[in-house]
Design a protein around this ligand. Structure first.
Ligand SMILES: Cc1cc2nc3c(=O)[nH]c(=O)nc-3n(C[C@H](O)[C@H](O)[C@H](O)COP(=O)(O)OP(=O)(O)OC[C@H]3O[C@@H](n4cnc5c(N)ncnc54)[C@H](O)[C@@H]3O)c2cc1C
Length: 394
């Protein structure tokens, strides 16, 4: 079979891979993006929601994605941290981090993953230099100094100047180019679902800490006259598995109690899913003609909306490297590695520490966590530095 030549082959069409295809496609590169999932958002029910933080907006605009996302965005104006780690499951420390302390813009905007996927697919279809091959996977990868040679599951062969591995936490690209990975397991999982509630969320995203991990309520737009939020409930694995077996009424009651009454009574709406929680980092982000981005390079527990925003950070740095060096050259890949890996390491370590603090079960440790939250919050400059660090701005 004849070989197809392109500038960039992206292995993986999850949110990160699709954003990469839209970003590089909008810059005029010829891009092929492949993913084994079929080309139909509804056939990949992903119940998660993703908050794009403020610094991502410019990249999404340049990629031609913001036009579709803007009208369906739920703004995140306040990040509320609640410590409910006392004797009873009640809020004992409540701290609001308000985006207005930094600028006029909200911290970010929340979307369902299915909505993001729909907008991204439409954008890729509109770009004549981008081909999204759904239902097709990368099966064989060989690289040499001048190109990456990739065989796909339909037998077609592609030659690309740059191969981007955006194929998730079990990345076949990472394996094929011989990059190892360090994984930390916490014995935790997350149950994700949507709820309606009687009190409005006021565009506040709330993390409630008690033990086992954070319980996060992320604002969604109202629907059918009901206030709605997305829930990510992290806890010890067996407790999450047991929660998957509860009836909707039982889960609603358990979630209302665990939320410490934030937003009033919660009512489960729609299906639920369970996700394993790990931390993972690749010791290198590059190999000959190859760059890893997103979960292929790093995985973090879902705290502070960091996961995909780190992935868009990878993409931003990769785009900058292509502006200064030849596409896929060693110099370009070195520039990406040098600018990005230390930042990724720092964030993976920071989120690991936050997760361990949130898991604390012993009363003494929970009291220490509440004390630290109070102390950090009390000092204005420290509070602002923390907010900026969370957003990824300096
Ligand atoms: C419960 C939960 C809540 C989260 N909430 C947030 C949040 O609010 N904000 C945030 O920023 N992040 C959040 N995250 C993290 C975020 O969802 C992930 O960072 C993001 O979805 C990962 O994107 P990805 O494209 O790297 O990986 P994936 O979505 O896993 O995509 C990888 C793709 O690669 C494809 N693939 C696999 N094998 C091959 C192959 N051989 N060839 C080609 N393609 C292949 C797969 O089919 C898949 O589509 C959350 C994560 C979890 C678990």
């Amino acid at each position: 079979m004849e070989r197809t030549h392109c500038d960039i082959l992206i292995s993986g069409g999850g949110i990160a891979g699709m954003c990469a295809a839209a970003a590089f496609g909008s810059k005029g590169y010829s891009v092929i993006c492949v993913d084994p999932m079929p080309d139909n958002a509804a056939s990949k029910p992903d119940l998660r929601t993703t908050a794009f933080l403020q610094p991502s907006q410019a990249l999404l605009e340049a990629a031609g994605l913001w036009e579709g996302l803007g009208p369906i965005a739920a703004p995140l104006q306040v990040m509320r941290i609640v410590d409910a780690g006392g004797e009873n499951p009640e809020p004992r420390v409540v701290k609001d981090f308000d985006a207005a302390d930094l600028s006029d813009a909200p911290f970010g905007w929340n979307f369902t993953n299915m909505a993001i996927r729909k907008v991204a697919l439409a954008r890729l279809k509109a770009l004549p230099n981008v081909e999204f091959r759904a239902g097709t996977s990368t099966t064989r990868i060989m690289t040499r100094e001048s190109e990456a040679l990739v065989t796909l599951s339909d037998g077609s062969r592609i030659s690309a100047k740059l191969l981007i591995g955006a194929d998730g936490r079990h990345s076949p690209t990472r394996d094929a180019v011989g990059i190892d990975v360090k994984t930390t397991r916490y014995g935790q999982k997350a149950v994700v679902f949507c709820v309606s509630h009687d009190e409005p969320h006021g565009n506040v995203s709330t993390e409630v800490h008690r033990s086992g991990g954070p319980f996060t309520l992320v604002p969604l737009p109202d629907q059918n006259g009901k206030h709605r939020s997305a829930i990510v409930w992290m806890d010890h694995g067996p407790d999450c598995v047991a929660r998957m077996e509860l009836s909707d009424d039982e889960l609603s009651a358990a979630a209302t109690e665990r939320s410490a009454g934030i937003n009033g009574t919660l009512t489960v709406e729609g299906p639920r899913a369970v996700w394993p929680i790990i931390s993972q980092i690749a010791p290198r982000l590059t190999s000959e003609r190859t760059a890893l981005i997103a979960e292929a390079a790093h995985v973090v527990p879902p705290i502070g909306a960091q996961g995909l925003n780190m992935s868009l950070g990878d993409l931003r740095v990769l785009l900058e490297a292509t502006e200064k060096h030849d596409l896929g050259s060693r110099a370009m890949l070195d520039a990406y590695e040098k600018a990005r890996h230390p930042e990724v390491r720092l964030r993976v370590t920071g989120i690991d520490m936050l997760n361990r603090a949130s898991m604390a079960g012993a009363q003494g440790l929970r009291d220490m966590r509440a004390g630290m939250l109070n102390a950090f919050y009390a000092v204005g400059p420290v509070r602002k530095t923390l907010m900026k660090a969370g957003l990824g701005i300096r």
